[in-house]
Design a protein around this ligand. Structure first.
Ligand code: SAH
Ligand code: SF4
Length: 384
């Protein structure tokens, strides 16, 4: 019998544990193989065990990994961290929507939102960036000063933190409450596609969190050159933030349109890998009073999308302090929806959720600008 060589695992203070979330399974195997001098097959087996404990059972403690020997557990604990990000604040809406303020790294705050009864069971709206570099005029996130890409680990960690809060372990049961993921939180996911695709690889893995790519939607304001790559590398559903039917207005509302105008955007949609009548593209259209909500625009929208397998989502504008728009009246939204409906698009209005806790689309903006992160953490930590 060969004794396990753990001398090279360096469980001492100088060894730096790597956060597990964000690592592909093959990378975990590489780290294990190298650090513990295991052959590739054994390293892969250990990586699979670890993966299942982390993502299927959601354990936070290596001691819970009962089919792994004591020494090996200690060695793995010296290599990887299963630590969750700090949930600085959590608010629950009267409609059951939950909004989380998460400190992904010191001073870097993002929000994600769990919305029950959306998709198959419930959807988690995740962030892909801290803030957003684009400045869509109706969106609160675009006004946030601090911006950086989230790592794949920071994206996956949002899912882990929310699954903890929902007690959604083990993953994948029939009674799951979290069935869908939408990249509609803070940030432009196609400006951070490598990390987004890597996170999706982890979230969709059938031995772990196991949310299939068909139940993951990535929403973009229209980063045309990255749309095909999203389909090829992540294979998710696609949503496009259209919001206007002509370039003049879209240039104003969604400034990235000046770079990639509507016809180029729709061409990329027509050729999106996997698009079909059962895998439709969602077009989001925010209803802004007197700006883009006329009957003529409803008809133009239908015309624009006629040869694309499409779903239309009319989003009542969600106001935020100081916003330069108002939401269209309910009668206007219904009249607009009736035209869209008549053209064959079913239930096009998206019911706003979590409005009372400013958790609805486009309202996410961490308070970091107004209240310094450290002060906020302190307040929560001391129970104030
Ligand atoms: N950056 C990506 C994904 C995040 S925004 C994108 O723009 O698609 C998610 C959705 O919320 C987008 O359709 C966005 O246009 C919409 N949105 C932004 N601000 C909004 C607001 N105040 N009210 C309603 N929808 C809004
Ligand atoms: Fe960024 Fe999307 Fe908001 Fe535009 S709508 S500012 S792309 S988060």
């Amino acid at each position: 019998m060969t004794a396990l060589d753990l001398t090279s695992a360096k469980p001492d203070a100088e060894a730096r544990m790597r956060p597990l979330f964000g690592l592909a399974r093959a990378e975990i195997a590489d780290v294990i193989g190298e650090a513990l001098s295991l052959d590739a097959k054994k390293a892969r087996m250990r990586a699979s065990q670890l993966w299942r404990w982390a993502y299927h059972y959601g354990v936070t403690d290596f001691e819970a990994m009962t089919d792994i020997g004591k020494e090996m557990r200690a060695a793995l604990a010296g290599l990887f961290s299963l630590e969750r990000p700090k949930v600085v604040d959590r608010q629950v809406s009267i409609d059951g929507t939950r909004k989380y303020l998460i400190e992904v790294a010191p001073g870097a705050l993002i929000e994600c939102v769990y919305i029950p009864d959306v998709g198959k069971a419930g959807a988690l709206c995740v962030s892909s960036q801290v803030g957003c570099t684009l400045n869509c005029t109706f969106c609160h996130t675009g006004t946030q000063a601090l911006v950086r890409n989230l790592t794949a680990g920071e994206i996956v960690a949002q899912v882990m933190a929310v699954k903890d809060d929902l007690a959604e372990w083990p993953s994948g049961g029939d009674d799951r409450r979290l069935s869908n993921i939408v990249f509609m939180g803070m940030g432009e996911p196609l400006y951070n596609l490598d990390n987004v695709a890597r996170a999706i690889e982890i979230i969709a893995d059938g031995d772990g969190i196991s949310i299939s790519r068909r139940r993951i939607t990535v929403s973009t304001s229209g980063v045309v050159p990255e749309i095909a790559r999203l389909g090829e590398s992540a294979g998710t559903m696609l949503a496009i933030s259209l919001h206007a039917t002509n370039d003049k207005l879209r240039d104003e509302l969604v400034p990235i349109n000046r770079k990639y105008p509507i016809n180029e955007l729709l061409d990329a949609c027509r050729t999106y890998p996997g698009v079909s009548n059962v895998r439709k593209i969602t077009f989001e259209y925010v209803m802004l009073k007197g700006v883009n909500d006329s009957d003529a625009e409803a008809r133009a929208l239908v015309r624009l999308l006629k040869d694309i397998p499409a779903k239309i989502n009319l989003i009542p504008f969600n106001p935020w302090p100081g916003a330069p728009y108002e939401c269209s009246s309910w009668e206007r939204i219904e009249a607009f929806a009736a035209i869209v409906n008549k053209a064959g698009y079913a239930s096009p209005i998206r019911t706003p959720r979590g409005r009372d806790i400013l958790a609805a689309c486009g309202q996410l903006k961490s308070e970091s600008v107004k209240i310094r992160a450290s002060e906020r953490v302190k307040a929560v930590g001391s129970g104030q």
